[in-house]
Design a protein around this ligand. Structure first.
Ligand SMILES: Nc1ncnc2c1ncn2[C@@H]1O[C@H](COP(=O)(O)OP(=O)(O)O)[C@@H](O)[C@H]1O
Ligand SMILES: [Mg+2]
Length: 154
């Protein structure tokens, strides 16, 4: 797919309330923005970007939340590298991100694993207040199929 990239809209930056609603909005905005950039809602890049944003935003509004402070979603298309850079900034700088060592039945501790598996690179950058958790998604290289519900057998 060769999306038609039009300037100056290579970037989306949006402050959102640090609530479950804000996190859902971050995911929806991502779906719309990727579609605007030429990756339809049901395409693999769009779906993967939404999953990454969903996990990072969920973490921002639970673990990174400071009462009264928003979080920020930033999406940047880096055409030279055919990469989408996702940045989610929250107000808490005093808590470390860590992979949880859970069992198969655990309902928590999968978010960062999802980010690790679906992104080309990811990391954490400190800010004056809080931090930015970022992930980069390759839009051209080997496509990871969009994880969808399993197809019923038979
Ligand atoms: N934005 C964040 N701010 C502070 N801590 C975080 C953030 N994201 C993740 N963490 C820490 O990393 C842990 C693992 O995150 P994750 O894999 O998404 O699991 P879960 O969100 O289910 O706990 C969290 O339990 C939390 O301690
Ligand atoms: Mg999480």
């Amino acid at each position: 797919m060769n999306p038609q990239i039009s300037t100056p809209a290579h970037e989306l930056s949006q402050r959102l309330s640090a609530t479950a609603l804000g996190a859902r909005l971050a995911r929806r905005l991502t779906g719309h923005q990727l579609a605007t950039w030429g990756y339809p809602h049901d395409s693999d890049p769009n779906c993967t970007a939404q999953l990454l944003v969903a996990e990072l935003a969920a973490n921002a509004v639970t673990h990174g939340r400071v009462p009264g402070r928003d979080f920020e979603l930033r999406l940047r298309l880096l055409p030279a590298r055919d990469t989408l850079r996702i940045e989610v900034s929250d107000a808490r700088g005093d808590k470390e991100l860590r992979f949880l060592d859970g069992g198969p039945e655990d309902e928590h501790g999968r978010g960062l694993v999802v980010v690790l598996v679906l992104s080309a690179r990811w990391g954490v950058a400190p800010r004056t207040v809080g931090k930015t958790v970022w992930a980069e998604l390759s839009l051209s290289g080997r496509r990871r199929p969009c994880p969808r519900r399993p197809v019923p057998e038979g």
